[in-house]
Design a protein around this ligand. Sequence first.
Ligand SMILES: [Ca+2]
Ligand SMILES: [Ca+2]
Length: 174
Amino acid sequence: MRKSVFRLASIAALAASSLAAHADVFLGALDGKSFYLTSAFGSALSQEAYAVGRGGHLASIHSLAEQTLVSAGVRANATGGSSLAWIGFTDQAVEGTFQWFDGSAVDYTFWSGGEPNDLGGEDYTVVNWGSNGEWNDLDSNYDIQAVYSVDAVPGPAAALPFALMAIKRRRKRA
Ligand SMILES: [Ca+2]
Ligand SMILES: [Ca+2]
């Protein structure tokens, strides 16, 4: 019995530590992806590198529902007085041909009027340029927050009941 309690405490501690590992804001899950707003500010390229380190990419957007989740989530949680945030749409490889950092299909866009205009050489994309959350291509060096996504998987909280069941099963067999 003591051993089971100890194991449970270890699992709970592990869950708590992985949840506290970063201060990014969870914006919601949709279409198998979990969207986060970074707590840190940075260029498009540094934010993409950070997202890769988190196991994802700057967010790709494929529907009005995803666009709304991202746009509204940034507006509600941005901390720097601006609601601009990087998403993962870039034409850094071929000027004028935008692709998603995560390699997903380009099947939806939400450009602001007159964008993308590559003004002075702009190859990265922000949301919330327009009043309805429309996109603009900007130079990478704008120091702003970013939205990234990772594949949505059952988290530690979801795994906990299964861990409890496993402990109960072991006790029955003993
Ligand atoms: Ca460009
Ligand atoms: Ca632009």
